[in-house]
Design a protein around this ligand. Structure first.
Ligand SMILES: [Zn+2]
Ligand SMILES: [Zn+2]
Length: 316
């Protein structure tokens, strides 16, 4: 099959990569669309030391596997737990110490014609949701994860730092609670997209520091942390969403002095994301920059790495 392959140093387009087999309790999925995420670009900077087919945002249809899935359109959760350990038995598969993560850790991903996914990770895609929308389920679920971690009340002041794809989705998801969400970013055009979704926006150059109950750091860069820390009120909450290959350099004294709750936040609930897409409560189509054929995957990845690029999709 055709696939993009990362060997740890270089990315290449492979025309005859080994096609995965479904395996026990797994499904062979024909990929309809896959999304390029900042995490993929971090992988090409050495994040996680991954080797294999990248890609963890996808929508597809099941070719082989458990009969209830065959022929159905699906999206899939990316953490493949072992199913046997303490974490897995406590329904914390995402934190299984033996896990593989699609396209990130010990499992081939979706920048390919086919991908093998444990059947337990799959979710059916309602007919009302197009492929172009469904491919956003994984990053949108990551945004909804915040709402499983903290209670937001109408009127709470929330700052989302970062106007990229994840910042956009976080702002839209958090706004659904009735909280007063402000998005802060560098790019007027991207902030305009967020504003269209009903969120207050502000450009970093006009930023006058003030304090928020909750601050979400979703800049995707190490430098966002300091601004984020400076915007949390005493005893407020800082949510960290960026996964970066580099290391942060910030003094932790502010966290101690202001008694700030710091919460790391990663993958989230697919059903919440699918429901929001189905009910049109979140708009993802404006986030698409361009759809490339998988054959042009190398160009597509280059495009995705351009500063300011919105979502790049690959169609095998
Ligand atoms: Zn991602
Ligand atoms: Zn496990």
């Amino acid at each position: 099959m055709r696939a993009l392959y990362w060997n740890g140093d270089d990315l290449s387009f492979e025309s005859a990569y080994r096609r995965p087999v479904a395996g026990a309790q797994a499904a062979l999925v024909r990929v309809h669309l896959a999304g390029v995420c900042s995490t993929d670009l971090q992988i090409f900077n050495g994040y996680m030391g991954f080797k294999g087919v990248p890609g963890h945002e996808f929508v597809g249809s099941v070719l082989e596997g458990p009969s209830e899935f065959v022929g159905k359109r699906v999206v899939g959760e990316i953490n493949f737990g072992c199913g046997a350990c303490d974490a897995c038995r406590r329904d914390l598969r995402r934190h299984c110490p033996n896990r593989a993560v699609m396209g990130i850790l010990n499992a081939d991903g979706a920048f390919a014609e086919y991908v093998s996914v444990p059947a337990g990770n799959l979710h059916f895609v309602p007919d009302k949701i197009s492929d172009e929308e469904a491919v956003f389920t994984e990053p949108l679920a990551a945004a909804f994860e915040i709402l499983t971690q903290i209670q937001l009340d109408p009127g709470d002041e929330v700052l989302v730092l970062g106007d990229g794809k994840l910042g956009n989705l976080c702002a839209q998801a958090l706004r659904l609670t009735g909280a007063k969400v402000t998005a802060l970013g560098k790019h007027a055009d991207k902030l305009a997209l967020i504003k269209k979704a009903g969120v207050r926006t502000m450009q970093l150059k006009d930023w006058q520091p003030r304090l928020f109950d909750v601050v979400v750091e979703a800049t995707g860069s190490a430098s966002g942390l300091e601004t984020a820390l400076g915007a949390v009120r005493p005893r407020g909450t800082l949510i960290l969403k960026s996964t970066i290959a580099g290391s942060h350099q910030a003094s932790l004294a502010t966290i101690v002095i202001n008694e700030i709750n710091v919460i790391g936040s990663r993958c989230g609930p697919f059903p919440d994301a699918l429901a929001a897409l189905e009910d049109r409560r979140v708009a993802v189509m404006p986030l698409i920059e361009k759809i490339y054929s998988l054959d042009d995957g190398m160009i597509a990845i280059g495009h995705a790495a351009r500063p300011g690029a919105r979502k790049i999709l690959l169609r095998p």
